[in-house]
Each structure stands twice: as C-alpha cells, then as structure tokens.
Design a protein around this ligand. Sequence first.
Ligand SMILES: Cc1ncc(COP(=O)(O)O)c(C=O)c1O
Length: 295
Amino acid sequence: MPEPLKIFVGDAVVPEHEARVSVFDAGFQSGDAIWEGLRVYGGRVLKLDAHLRRLEESAHALRIRLPYDRDGFVDAIRRTLDANGFVDDTHLRLMVTRGSRSTSGMDPRNAPEVGTLVVIAERKPVDAEPAPQRLRTASIRRPHPQVVDASIHHANQLNSILARLEVLDEPEVDATLMLDAFGYVAEADTANLFCVSDGAVSTPFATSCLHGITRGSVLAISAAAGYPTTERQLTLFDVYNADEVFVTGTVCELVPVTVVDGRRIGTGSPGPVWRDLLERYRDEVRADVARDTEL
Ligand SMILES: Cc1ncc(COP(=O)(O)O)c(C=O)c1O
C-alpha cells in the first residue's frame, strides 16, 4: 500500500483522507476556482514565478482574493513537498477556489472574502521518450474571448472534458485537437499545439487557447535556436500538411503528434525539430534548476 498523500488544504497539511472542502465550496458547486499545474525537478519548482503570476492574474480577472502572498504560496508548496518527502518527478496541482458559500447560489457575494488554497503533490515522472500522440479534431470549440477568456486558468474544464468524451471509445486516438469559434486551430484539449513547416515553427495566437508557460518557453527557445518562429492563425490544412506537429505543457513537456484526423503528419515519426527543441527545453530546465532560488 502506498503511503497516503499529504495535502495542503486551507492552512494545514493533512493526510489525503482528511483533506476536504465543503459541499458549499464555490469550486465544487460551480467550477468557480483557478488552478496551476506545476512540475518539480531536483527539488525546484520550474517557472514558479510565472505560474504564481498567472494565478494572480486569473484571480484578479475573477475577483477572487488569494489567501496568501508569494511567500505564503512558496511556504505552502514547501510544506506539501516536505510532508510527502518529494524532491523530484513530482507534479503539483495548486488550486484556489472562491471558498465555501454561505448558501447555494452562484452569486460571488455568497462566498467568503478570501479564497481557499489546496495543494496536491503527486509523483509523476516525465517520459524520457514521450510516446507520439494521435489526435482527432473535436466538434466542440474552444470558447471565443466574448464567452470565456482563455487566459483565465479556471477550474471549469468541461469544455476539454466534452472534447475528450468524443474520442473516449476510439482506442486509436489519444487526445483531441480543438478549433476556435471561427474554425482556426486553438490547441489540444490539455496542451498547446505547434506546427513545423519548412523549418519554421508556428503556434496559434493565444486568443482561444491558454497562454501556456511551456508555449512561451518553446517560442523563446525556438527563436533563439534560429528557427523562424511565429504566432499566427493556423487551419487544419496547415496542420495536416506540416512536416511536424507537437504539443506542449508543463506536465507533458513537448510531445510529438504523428496522426491528426487519420492523416499522417510528415514522415509519420517524431521529427528532428521537435527533438532539437525538446533537448533545448530540457537543457533550459536543468539550467533553471541549477539556479539558486528559494524553490
Ligand atoms: C487547456 C490547456 N492548454 C495548455 C496547457 C499547458 O500550459 P502550461 O505550459 O502553462 O502548463 C494547459 C495546462 O494546464 C491547459 O490546461
């Protein structure tokens, strides 16, 4: 039997079977919560500042008052990692819900002034050699900013879940590709998407996809490596005819995509630009981890 996980809830670290939020919690009742997925390498949280900044910006957009300042978040993460004895190969899920309501009802005024923090740490090593993914385009679209701004990293993942449900019974499909309201490529259902065509690297504008932190790193790494690198509108035609496609995220790093909607991408095997960018990304991770930061 594995040791029960130790979870940070509110202001204490408790065993997982004691970790509870209320049935009146706004996150539970309405998905009224924000979250970050982080990765720990060699005892350090990768791009912690960027993740905390995105959390603060999402909280500001939703008028959720965060329960801690930066030092408080660092302390909560440190306490969670220490309680579990995790120093590497760890995934952190950091959530802030609007808190436990005085009564059911979506009105944010029913929630307390300050949100509730939950930090979950789980051992999830990265795949040294990630398995190529096969994607299928979902019929459901990523919302336009007039509906829900994709920059808000909110906890209501029904849009992605509905997409994934479309391929649940298809063993030859690993995940979905999602289009925006106008039919342009947005991203995969839990990761940002990149194309490589004639040596140039491109990814959709972040209007209907999350401003991924890995996406930002890959854009910078790709440009610094000398690949022509752009954010632009991409269609499915561009994806089908790309030499390479890959997806990015903190949890998965960079994963090659070899099939989209039954079309083989490029040679049908993970490509050289993806591999080069993955190696450069891992070099940057090692350099970041070696830096003497608090976490
Ligand atoms: C919808 C979606 N796209 C992309 C990503 C990847 O973002 P990041 O690179 O910041 O982990 C995530 C991660 O949470 C996500 O939920």
